[in-house]
Design a protein around this ligand. Sequence first.
Ligand SMILES: *Cc1c(COP(=O)(O)O)cnc(C)c1O
Length: 416
Amino acid sequence: MSKPMIHSNDGIFYIENVPVKKITEDYGTPAYVYSKQLIIDTFHSFRNSFKQFDPLVCFAVKANSNIAILNLLAEQGAGFDIVSEGELKRVIAAHGDPRKVVFSGIGKSINEISFAINHNILAFNVESEGELRRIQSVAKSLNKKASISIRVNPNVDAKTHPYISTGLKDNKFGVDENKSVELYCLAKDMDAIEIKGIDCHIGSQITDINPFIDSTKKLVALIDHLKTLDIHIEHIDIGGGLGINYNDELPPTFLEYAEAMSHVIGTRKLKVIFEPGRSLIGKAGVLLTNVEYIKEGPNKNFAIIDAAMNDLMRPSLYDAYHEIINIDAHQCIRKKYDIVGPVCETGDFLGKERLLAIKDNDTLAVLDTGAYGMSMSSNYNSRPRAIELMVDDEIVHVIRERENFEHLIFGESLLP
Ligand SMILES: *Cc1c(COP(=O)(O)O)cnc(C)c1O
């Protein structure tokens, strides 16, 4: 297995073979930094775990949509799970293959459907009857056929944060199990629709294997039932959602996950598709930030840093935990700090009550921020987005420039 994202040697921290301090000296902070080797190794480790299925691993673009990262994954043979036309355009810009793209999401517009059909994507993951009818009509008007899977809502509790749980009856995603059979029958009679697969995605940061087993069992039972109706499913797409260890979670390993899935799928001749996001990229990125001020309050100490909720939203949004380490190890006393950004919101924190030895101008690394970090960032408080860097052995590549004021006001204008 590859080295962890940040590793130390004689008290000096490195990303691959570049000292972290060298990165911040050369490129400043806040900076998102990724490890090329770790991304490649994680992708192959995922795919190899499932090799008995000849799987198609469709990276969920929303987890990290930088085109350098998409390109790296495309070169390794990845497909992509997209949720918008913008994401499909990113895949194309990254030289990804649209024929390995599955299109999820509940609100696909006519333009998006038309763009995707024209690029011959692998399948639409259909989330409603209305969408199925719309795809049929758009495909017909283009004189083409559209391939589809139906996203089934298996009504399982993924036991994750409510905001990232998607497979419960009351969630907005997918089609009710019972309704899905009706929809497949409808699709079978549509002349511009080709039934290819069945799909589900039950949530994110799932650390228990059982919800995956339960949902896949339901899909397999549906496949068997559809066969009796002369509807033949070629692929089963079991979505993404596998969690990672941020703090003290113990998610299933890729191999454990694969073994459980192979048990459920058995000897059925199915192509298997996965849509992992977080589990492929989460551990391969860090957010580097500088300590601007130490502020000691009556009850709390604050380390005020130059990264904020606009750079990394997960702590504010989900109360998510990210480990934070000090790259400048030194001898001052460890104290409990809230690690907070400059944004004018009390919810702007990246960590709470962290026991750390910190002083002004130290560099902190917020770990495991490769997924849903940069891709969820914003310009709130007119803060330019961070630079993104990719380390390849001893070389650092800029894969997205730090934003400047021109980016901030792009497209805005004064009244005449
Ligand atoms: C977000 C999403 C994924 C990826 O989820 P992860 O938890 O990052 O693996 C996959 N499929 C769909 C439909 C999604 O919405």
